[in-house]
Design a protein around this ligand. Structure first.
Ligand code: GLU
Ligand code: MG
Length: 440
């Protein structure tokens, strides 16, 4: 036991426009009063890019906000080695009078979920599947999916699983992924805001667990321009208000209920307009290229890992079991995005699909990158924007996204991302990947 005086701190965090978990700490003994008064927050914080440089901010040095912890997210991060325990929570940013702030990612997600409820009466279930690389050991041939590769990460993984349990994030699987020093961690589904909370907490815990074992985890979208990227696949399904599964329809060719099919139709019809939110870094667009098992087109794949949305296989010995497990995944996301913001964008687009009964393009099980432009157009498929600059232009020009996010959010978001891009001037792809590799 140390005889140096200490008083425990509690940390409250938010995922911001840079997709980074930021926050403040206060004495744990003051948790009850902080639950009401929050901690002070500065509007211009939202323009801190992942490279620390401040992007142009309409707020300057002005204004005051509060970040208020949500007791539902609170858990104790256990002490390990020389790292102290921590009382952790996520929170919402609001004005001093308590109204949600337009740029608070978690409040935006709550608004999107309320729309899903109002328009379709559906409860969203989901989980973010995460890939990451351990960057401080050398890649070895023979490691992909291997026992040996798994064993290298096992200590770290077991610490991670134990911490996930403490945090209320239910573990699913852990594996050595295909890419050099790449691993994947998945958790079981949660509902509503908790889907994105789990993703934010899981990223934080993965980095913690890695550091506890002398490793460094990087969730950057891609670390080597010649290899595969780190994807984030957002698995989603629905239940109705009575708790009955609402994604599966045994009579549909691919098993999709009307609501699920239209929701996917909405995502794919708007994917080019929201890709700047789902894949928001400069190097995200190196990953979103054909033959990297990510997504380059707005296609719907049936058990196809090169589709923007993939209908996932499920097994079960009854229709009821199939209905309960059936889900689809949005594969065009990465961890440079705030999970709250990415999920909000997916839901806004999906709800638009349900509202307008938008049909998705016909399912592909084919290498669509080999198709002619005529064939793509005929199938309702488009190549997604191929760099962050074009993705932002499409987002900015879309009246639909203005309706979802509001004009203030849009102009601040675009200024943020352009500020981030300005930090990369003159760098080649390798240098950019290295820079993002440090930031995420
Ligand atoms: N690494 C791929 C990506 O960037 C995904 C590979 C897979 O798990 O299917 O999304
Ligand atoms: Mg994977």
């Amino acid at each position: 036991m140390s005889d140096i005086l200490n008083e425990p701190l509690a940390f409250v965090g938010t995922t911001d426009l840079a997709g980074i978990l930021r926050g403040k700490a206060f004495p744990t003994s003051e948790w009850a009063s902080r639950l009401v008064q929050g901690v002070g927050w500065t509007p211009t914080n939202v323009q801190i890019t992942c490279f620390e440089v401040l992007a142009e901010s309409p707020y300057g040095a002005l204004g005051d906000l509060i970040l208020v912890p949500d007791a539902e997210t609170r858990f104790q991060l256990p002490a390990k080695g020389n790292r102290p325990a921590l009382d952790f929570s996520l929170g919402d940013i609001g004005g001093l009078e308590g109204a949600p702030w337009e740029l608070c990612t978690r409040s935006i997600l709550k608004r999107a979920l309320a729309e899903l409820d109002a328009v379709a009466g559906l409860i969203l279930y989901g989980a973010f599947e995460h890939e990451f690389k351990l960057t401080n050991f050398a890649a070895r041939d023979g490691d992909a999916y291997s026992f040996r590769g798994f064993r290298t990460g096992q200590d770290m993984a077991e610490t991670l699983i134990a911490m996930m349990r403490q945090a209320g994030v239910r573990p699913d699987t852990f594996m050595k992924e295909y890419g050099p020093t790449q691993y994947e961690v998945t958790n079981a589904p949660a509902t509503g805001v908790r889907i994105a909370d789990d993703a934010a907490i899981l990223r934080m815990l993965t980095s913690e667990a890695a550091e506890m074992h002398g490793l460094r985890a990087s969730f950057a979208p891609i670390l080597d321009p010649t290899n595969v990227g780190n994807g984030v696949h957002v698995h989603l399904s629905f239940r109705d208000k009575a708790g009955a599964p609402a994604t599966w329809n045994a009579k549909d060719e691919h098993g999709l209920s009307d609501a699920a099919r239209h929701f996917i139709g909405g995502i794919l019809a708007h994917l080019d307009q929201i890709i700047a939110i789902l894949a928001p870094s400069d190097v995200s667009y190196l990953r979103l290229t054909p033959h990297r098992w990510s997504a380059a087109y707005n296609n719907l794949g049936y058990r196809d890992r090169e589709a923007a949305v993939r209908i996932c296989p499920v097994t079960g010995d009854s229709d009821a079991e199939m209905a309960r497990r059936f889900n689809f995944e949005v594969r065009a996301c990465d961890a440079a995005a705030s999970p709250h913001l990415a999920l909000a964008a997916i839901i806004f687009a999906g709800v638009e699909g349900i509202r307008g009964k938008i049909e998705p393009p016909a399912v592909t099980q084919d290498d669509v990158s080999l198709w002619s432009s005529e064939r793509l157009t005929k199938a309702g498929l488009t190549r997604l924007p191929q760099n962050l600059g074009s993705a932002l232009e499409v987002f900015e020009a879309s009246e639909t996204t203005s309706r979802w996010f509001g004009p203030e959010f849009k102009s601040v978001y675009c200024a943020h991302k352009r500020g981030e891009m300005a930090c990369l001037d003159g760098m080649d792809d390798n240098a950019k990947c290295a820079r993002y590799g440090e930031a995420y």
